[in-house]
Write a protein of this length. Structure first.
Length: 500
């Protein structure tokens, strides 16, 4: 009976694995007693030696975990080093209140001016900031403190301070605050963001949703992110570390506990973290803080040229394998670009050895290089590669802006105009090569607003005469009694308006 059971098992095994019949395994199972005894007397095969575990692989000085012990390592020492320098930023703005009965003759008869004297409502916004100097210099995002009447800072140890805004820049979305104290404040060092690589570990520290200081970890997902609709920094660090509302202005730190970026924005359809966050690199933060220490405004170098991205068609025409670089669109007659030999149609491929993917990256590299030094440009010009030396200078205010508010019964009444110079163009975020008369301000209840003029409109001419200066344009506008035909440039497009 026992042999029948073995036979049944063998039949099943043969049906499932016919190859077992050829390797002698079944003959050892069902052979005679002597064969089985001989098989049992055969010494076992020598064990196969096991190779020792390979050491952790190293790629450009970085290591991956080699065993479970390394996986259990903690970020706690980094947090203890850096978290005390990350603060909460509270910005308050007084919003005027208007009574729903204001303007009603019946209620105004009894209550008079009291209807107009409603107590303003305080609107508060919440964000984060990073102390970057022991004297109390704090970096945050401009959108955290925009239009605030009062900005308060709370440290992780519970202390609160009223801060002073030293410097803010809407285009770069950065601001520098200053707090005063009896003792040095905890601060965090600035790392070299150019040394960052995709895949590096990072920590994000901030105050999401106002629940208190929070630390999240992730990796650098991408570098040099542009066109994300946040600001003109043009070179964002992308990370999958969880960043949520309230994290704006907080710290993105590296594995040495140094600041590698300032958290600025997230990509989200729900308002929460989807694992795609963006930070302004620390090298941009560094030049911004230096400008605040000097007590001036943050100035981008003026080179006297405008650029546009390289399209696939242009790349094929100039002999590039890939559509990359910054195509020179226009060069001012007087300026550093012209002095360096840059010409329209040239393509800037690299600056100081850093690849230029598009004009935004070029602008970032110029901004972080700083005014007063020279950079090396790798340029493709007329099919030939050459190297040019470009001096970085401050934008000149030539001609002087000569602000004038226009009055009278003209379509321009209520508009404030100025002579457009490279410096004013930088302030208004207009192409540096543009010249002429620009609108800087519009009274919302004026003729100018009614006829569609807007701030940053460049007035090209009036009734066939070019607008060379504010003085000349004011004289032309006053001399015209009826019939105004004027040409303006807005967002790179020219439009002609006629008012009779």
């Amino acid at each position: 009976m026992k042999n029948k059971k073995y036979l049944l098992v063998a039949t099943v095994l043969l049906t499932a694995h016919p190859a077992m019949a050829a390797d002698g395994w079944l003959s050892g199972l069902f052979g005679n007693k002597e064969e089985r005894q001989a098989a049992s007397d055969t010494p076992p095969a020598a064990p196969v030696p096991i190779e020792p575990a390979a050491p952790a692989s190293t790629v450009t000085g970085r290591q991956v975990p080699a065993d479970a012990t390394e996986i259990k390592l903690s970020f706690a020492p980094l947090v203890k080093k850096s978290a005390s320098a990350v603060v909460n930023v509270y910005a308050a703005r007084a919003m005027p209140q208007r009574s729903p009965f204001a303007g009603d003759p019946f209620f105004e008869q009894f209550f008079g001016r009291r209807l107009q004297q409603q107590r303003p409502r305080m609107q508060a916004s919440l964000g984060s900031g990073v102390i970057v100097d022991q004297s109390g210099l704090i970096v945050t995002n401009n959108h955290v403190i925009r239009d605030a009447d009062e900005v308060k800072v709370a440290l992780s140890d519970g202390r609160e301070f009223t801060s002073k805004v030293l410097l803010k820049d809407e285009r770069g979305d950065l601001a520098v605050l200053k707090i005063e104290g009896d003792q040095p404040f905890p601060s965090i060092g600035l790392a070299d963001s150019d040394a960052l690589e995709i895949g590096d570990l990072v920590l994000a520290i901030g105050n999401p949703f106002g629940i208190g200081q929070t630390v999240t970890n992730g990796i650098v997902s991408a570098l040099a992110r542009t066109h994300i609709g946040v600001n003109d920094a043009g070179y964002f660090i992308q990370t999958d570390a969880a960043i949520n509302p309230g994290n704006s202005g907080g710290a993105l730190i590296d594995m040495r506990g140094d600041l590698i970026g300032v958290n600025t924005a997230i990509f989200s359809r729900s308002g929460g973290s989807n694992g795609i966050g963006f930070a302004i690199p620390s090298n941009m933060v560094r030049v911004f803080v230096e400008a605040a220490k000097k007590g001036g405004r943050f100035e981008r170098p003026y080179i006297g040229a405008s650029f546009t991205p390289v399209s696939p068609d242009v790349a094929a025409a100039v002999g590039l394998d890939l559509p990359r670089g910054a195509l020179v669109q226009d060069v001012a007659a007087k300026g550093p670009a012209n002095d360096a030999g840059l010409k329209p149609g040239d393509v800037v491929l690299a600056i100081d050895g850093f690849v230029v993917g598009d004009p935004d990256v070029l602008g970032y590299r110029l901004a972080t290089s700083g005014i007063g030094r020279s950079v090396s440009l790798d340029v493709l010009s007329a099919g030939e590669r050459e190297t040019l030396t470009l001096a970085l200078a401050a934008a000149p205010e030539d001609p002087p802006r000569d602000l004038r508010r226009l009055e009278g019964e003209t379509p321009f009444s209520g508009a404030t105009i100025a002579n457009l110079s490279p410096r004013l163009a930088d302030e208004l975020d207009l192409p540096a090569t543009k010249m002429g008369v620009v609108v800087t301000e519009i009274d919302p209840r004026s003729f100018a607003a009614r006829f569609g003029l807007r701030p940053k409109d460049i007035i090209v001419g009036l009734n066939g005469e070019p607008a060379r200066s504010t003085q000349a344009f004011e004289r032309m506008a006053d001399a015209t009694r009826r019939g105004w035909r004027y040409e303006i440039e807005r967002d790179g497009k020219r439009m002609v308006q006629t008012v009779r």
